[in-house]
Design a protein around this ligand. Structure first.
Ligand SMILES: Nc1nc2c(ncn2[C@@H]2O[C@H](COP(=O)(O)OP(=O)(O)OP(=O)(O)O)[C@@H](O)[C@H]2O)c(=O)[nH]1
Ligand SMILES: [Mg+2]
Length: 289
């Protein structure tokens, strides 16, 4: 249920919850299934693993055994986060969705329109306000299908507030400053898993700015980048097309025709550069060893 440095909180089959001591970097993560014998924790195989890389290049396991990933955004959220989170989720076989929080604030209509234009053909979008408790029903219904999900997003977008709104008995600590100016300080420091009364489970994660992709192939990116899959009827000449300068590339044609906005394509190329650089580095390491 949670990992507190040298102890993890375990929910047992009989409904009991207990802290079990572990080594500091024991490799357990929220969402793991474990067998506890005395004080020894054995981890069972994972169904899914969601990874991310931080700005320093370190790899983090966000959570284990998730089915869906809620990318939470609010006004002033950094660009690029949503795309990387969606690609990472799809590669890990999670279904991503986007939550636009703080819809009670002025100016959110423009943000929502922009996000809908970009992502509506790719993923479900849930506009809501955790503070005003509006727009929650569609999300609760989606989660009640028994999904286990996690909310990710930068600090202050309202992930913990949203969990509190979805399930009032949870009562997580939320940041002090309300509105736009709540970025910078982390309120949540540990990921925790919660069961929703109407079905489904949710993980609240500490905010992070960087959703760097980990071990993703160029092919994965080319297939999963949000916005390109909506044009599925248009097929590139080469099956492993990178959509850069290959002859017969359908994506390049759609960009030239204006069906895919130039800005979306620029974002894609930026992430493609990163993925290619990672692959080149991995290959050169392989040669050296
Ligand atoms: N206006 C408005 N403010 C909100 C809404 N949801 C959350 N907030 C405020 O945003 C601030 C941050 O909320 P948190 O829930 O702590 O954000 P978080 O994403 O969990 O932040 P970290 O735990 O640091 O990652 C708090 O002051 C909330 O009151 C909303 O729907 N509208
Ligand atoms: Mg929080």
């Amino acid at each position: 249920m949670a990992h507190h440095g040298i102890a993890v909180e375990v929910l047992f089959d009989d409904g009991q919850r207990r802290m079990v001591r572990v080594k500091r970097d024991s490799g357990h993560v929220v969402g793991d299934d474990v067998v506890v014998t005395g004080e020894v924790l054995r981890r069972l195989p994972r169904r899914t693993e969601l990874l991310r890389r931080d700005a320093r290049g370190d790899v983090h396991l966000v959570a284990a055994n998730l089915d869906v990933l809620g990318v939470v955004v609010a006004p002033l959220s950094p660009a690029g986060f949503i795309d990387r989170a969606i690609v990472a989720a799809r590669v890990a076989r999670l279904q991503p969705f986007v939550v636009v929080n703080k819809c009670d604030l002025e100016g959110t209509a423009e943000l929502l329109a922009a996000l809908s234009g970009t992502y509506a053909g790719s993923v479900s979008i849930f506009p809501l306000s955790a503070a005003k408790r509006t727009g929650l029903a569609p999300l609760l219904e989606f989660l009640s299908e028994g999904h286990r999900g996690a909310f990710v997003g930068t600090t202050g977008v309202g992930k913990s507030s949203l969990l509190n709104a979805l399930c009032p008995e949870i009562d997580l600590r939320v940041g002090g400053l309300s509105g736009y100016k709540s970025q910078g300080r982390h309120t949540t420091t540990v990921s925790t898993l919660h069961a929703l009364s109407g079905g489904g489970e949710l993980v609240d994660t500490p905010g992070f700015r960087d959703f760097g992709l980990v071990d993703i192939s160029v092919e994965d990116l080319a297939v999963h980048f949000p916005g390109f899959e909506a044009h599925g009827e248009v097929v590139c000449r080469f099956r492993n097309c990178r959509h850069r300068s290959e002859p017969g590339c359908a994506v390049v044609v759609l960009v030239e025709q204006g069906s895919i906005p130039a800005e979306r394509y620029a974002t894609y190329l930026e992430i493609l550069d990163e993925v290619e650089a990672d692959q080149a580095e991995a290959r050169s390491k392989g040669w050296r060893t």
